[in-house]
Design a binder for this molecule. Structure first.
Ligand SMILES: Cc1cc2nc3c(=O)[nH]c(=O)nc-3n(C[C@H](O)[C@H](O)[C@H](O)COP(=O)(O)OP(=O)(O)OC[C@H]3O[C@@H](n4cnc5c(N)ncnc54)[C@H](O)[C@@H]3O)c2cc1C
Length: 334
């Protein structure tokens, strides 16, 4: 079983920033994540991250990944399914059966798309069921798709989809998918979007790929079959913290409760980013919390090892392995 000073769960902007800070404190640092980038990959343009007038989510994430790896952080792709504490050491367990040990843990696994919870959904994930219009709409050029979701966010999604797909069924629970009449008119103006109102998805069907979405009329109970090549689920995001129940304290939304130092209710476990019960879910805030969690974890590890940490800042100018340094006081990474 491999042991690290710190294991960070999640490689979104919060987890990667935590990795950068932890690695710069010379902690052996492992990031375990289901994917690289998290929610930022869902946005083609970010205009409010300091230092960039405009940058794509992917580009931003790649820069932070490179920076974290440059200082020695390692990343493995796996889903964390459980965490235990045994004799003061944390055991981080994954879906593929890996177990990593660490003296401290940073939980930075953000939010995940809300699922429909209907038969066929899991089976056809990645084979016609998608949770990201921005990422996958171009794959459905000339095809028929269903969009399940409502609200302003889905106005943008339907506009994007109707420009690729030949037909879009827009499935939603109420009378209208949008309150704004003007925007709704605009969304329908191309003539290839059909509203499927008062409806709830009940099943995804297909053979190798998605072939149909079954929807139920909430008033009459009638079930209709929509012949589609793809189903886009855009119903918002949820925190998936069920596996942490009883391990750390959660709030009523399932978010991890932290204090101003990003400490959870369990010593040695810290949390950062959208998974934590803090307001303003924004990239720069998640990044800041990642830095805070890593520095707090560093102080925790040092005090556990009987070393006093006078201040947990990160002002040191470190030599980046493999890069030639030219200025300033340079400390070598051992
Ligand atoms: C469409 C969209 C557009 C946005 N636009 C902007 C914007 O313009 N500006 C802005 O500031 N913010 C924007 N945001 C918000 C911003 O993306 C988030 O606040 C930020 O990305 C949160 O980062 P995070 O690292 O906390 O979590 P996430 O980005 O959610 O990353 C979490 C990571 O953890 C991984 N993970 C999840 N569960 C597990 C598990 N059990 N085991 C291992 N790994 C796991 C995921 O795969 C992912 O890599 C946008 C969000 C969306 C959805």
């Amino acid at each position: 079983m491999q042991k690290y000073d710190i294991v960070i769960v999640g490689a979104g902007i919060a987890g990667l920033t935590a990795a950068l800070y932890a690695a710069r404190q010379r902690l052996s640092t492992l990031v375990v994540s289901a994917d690289l980038g998290g929610q930022l990959l869902l946005t083609s343009e970010i205009q409010n991250f300091p230092g960039f007038m405009s940058i794509s989510g992917l580009e931003l994430i790649k820069k932070v990944e490179e920076q974290a790896r440059a200082y020695g952080a390692q990343i493995v792709f796996d889903e964390v399914t459980g965490i235990e504490e045994r004799d003061g050491v944390f055991l981080i367990k994954t879906a593929t059966g890996n177990v990593f040990q660490a003296d401290a843990v940073v939980l930075a696994f953000g939010k995940s798309p809300k699922e429909m919870g209907v038969p066929g959904e899991k089976e056809f994930k990645g084979r016609g069921v998608s949770y990201c219009v921005i990422c996958d709409a171009p794959l459905y050029r000339g095809k028929t798709v269903a969009l399940v979701g409502w609200g302003l966010h889905n106005y943008e999604n339907v506009i994007r989809l109707r420009d690729y797909a030949s037909k879009v069924y827009w499935v939603f629970p109420g009378e209208k998918p949008l309150d704004d009449e003007e925007l709704l008119k605009e969304a329908l103006s191309k003539g290839n979007v059909e509203l499927v109102s008062n409806s709830a998805p009940v099943e995804v069907r297909g053979s190798k790929k998605v072939e149909a979405l079954l929807v139920k009329d909430r008033r009459t109970g009638e079930v209709k079959t929509l012949q589609v090549d793809g189903v886009f689920v855009e119903m918002g995001y949820v925190t998936r913290t069920e596996f942490l129940k009883g391990f750390v304290e959660l709030n009523e939304n399932g978010e991890i409760i932290i204090d101003k130092e990003c400490k959870t209710s369990r010593p040695g476990v810290f949390a950062a980013g959208d998974v934590a019960g803090m307001p303003h879910k924004q990239a720069v805030i998640a990044a800041g919390m990642g830095a805070c969690a890593a520095l707090s974890a560093y102080a925790y590890i040092m005090s556990k090892r009987g070393k006093k940490v006078s201040s947990t800042s990160d002002w040191r100018h470190l030599e980046i392995p493999g890069k030639k340094e030219s200025k300033g006081l340079v400390l070598k990474i051992s």
